[in-house]
Design a protein around this ligand. Structure first.
Ligand SMILES: C[S@@+](CC[C@H](N)C(=O)[O-])C[C@H]1O[C@@H](n2cnc3c(N)ncnc32)[C@H](O)[C@@H]1O
Length: 302
């Protein structure tokens, strides 16, 4: 991503959550606050951008679409499912972790995540750390100030570029408590980093978190990066984020992930496949939301 610009993909994923909260029922994930993060002008730009996704995915269908609202609704079905399901997975898992004594929640690559405002009943049991690229975090903080949203006292912002700084060193300089059981989420980020940076960051977590801590992250399998094997949806998604300057570069093999994580001191507790995700969050839906073919969700424990 660009050094000084808010992450375009962070704005886009928040827009997808906002649209879902406003238009779809039942909810996969109810981000009732996301809509308010954007000005009307920004919403209109994001709406056009999401509607245009259909041209990448299915040009014939896009050409026969009667209007932007229809293209937008169809694009949502293709683009948004994993963004919604992974957010649901992270917060469902966090709830379980809190019941088991976790007291710190570290949201890596937080983007426009609204957890700290949306879930006050959970926030009061936690210290929350939003870690993100400095440019994205600065945008978000400005936006909160413009909206005059009062920051919860439990919330801290930590700017980090994962490619330049060690997460453990940065957290050590904050009020993060290394002896306190912690839950880390890392949604929609591994794709954009090299394998080395992903593993270095996971290693930093094992350095700074006590036993019983957890990390949840989503990833694409390696087939997503092989043109002959990648689904049409994933190819269109890749093209779209490449067009906004945030190319996806890294995937992992679900069958070797446990072995890949073991040397970092992490035990793979859960590794949801697209079939698992469909079964857990999308079964019985008739509105066209289906699990993304190459998206997987990992939950690793120290
Ligand atoms: C697709 S967005 C995901 C945001 C949010 N987690 C979500 O699910 O909507 C990618 C996020 O990764 C962050 N990011 C990308 N590269 C990064 C880097 N090198 N260091 C820190 N954050 C980075 C961006 O700032 C952005 O917030």
């Amino acid at each position: 991503m660009e050094e000084t610009q808010v992450s375009r993909t962070a704005l886009m994923t928040a827009y997808l959550r906002a649209y879902h909260a406003m238009h779809d029922d039942p909810k996969i994930f109810d981000d009732s606050l996301a809509y308010h993060l954007f000005t009307e002008k920004e919403r209109a730009i994001l709406e056009q951008h999401v509607a245009r996704f259909l041209q990448l995915y299915d040009p014939a269908r896009a050409a026969s679409c009667p209007d932007q609202a229809t293209a937008l609704a169809l694009s949502m079905r293709v683009m948004a499912t994993s963004i919604l399901c992974r957010a649901r997975y992270a917060e469902d898992s966090l709830e379980k972790a809190v019941r088991q004594g976790v007291q710190q929640y570290v949201i890596l690559g937080a983007g426009m995540d609204t957890f700290a405002f949306r879930r006050p009943e959970m926030v009061k049991q936690l210290q929350v750390f939003e870690v993100d690229h400095p440019a994205t975090q600065a945008f978000k903080r400005r936006r909160f100030a413009e909206l005059e949203w009062e920051l919860p006292t439990q919330l801290q912002f930590i700017p980090v570029d994962f490619t330049q700084e060690c997460l453990a060193a940065t957290l050590t300089r904050s009020s993060y408590a290394p002896q306190t059981k912690s839950f880390f989420s890392w949604l929609g980020v591994t794709y954009y980093l090299t394998r080395d940076v992903v593993f270095a960051t996971l290693h930093a977590i094992t350095d700074i978190a006590p036993a019983g801590s957890a990390i949840i992250f989503d990833y694409w399998d390696t087939d997503a990066f092989v043109p002959e094997k990648a689904s049409k949806r994933v190819q269109a998604g890749s093209a779209q984020v490449r067009n906004v300057g945030e190319p996806m570069i890294t995937g992992f093999d679900p069958s070797t992930l446990a072995a890949d994580l073991a040397p970092l001191g992490l035990r793979l507790h859960e590794n949801l496949s697209p079939t698992d995700i469909e079964e857990r969050y999308l079964r019985g839906r008739t509105d066209g939301y289906h699990a993304s073919e190459h998206a997987h969700y990992a939950w690793a424990m120290k």
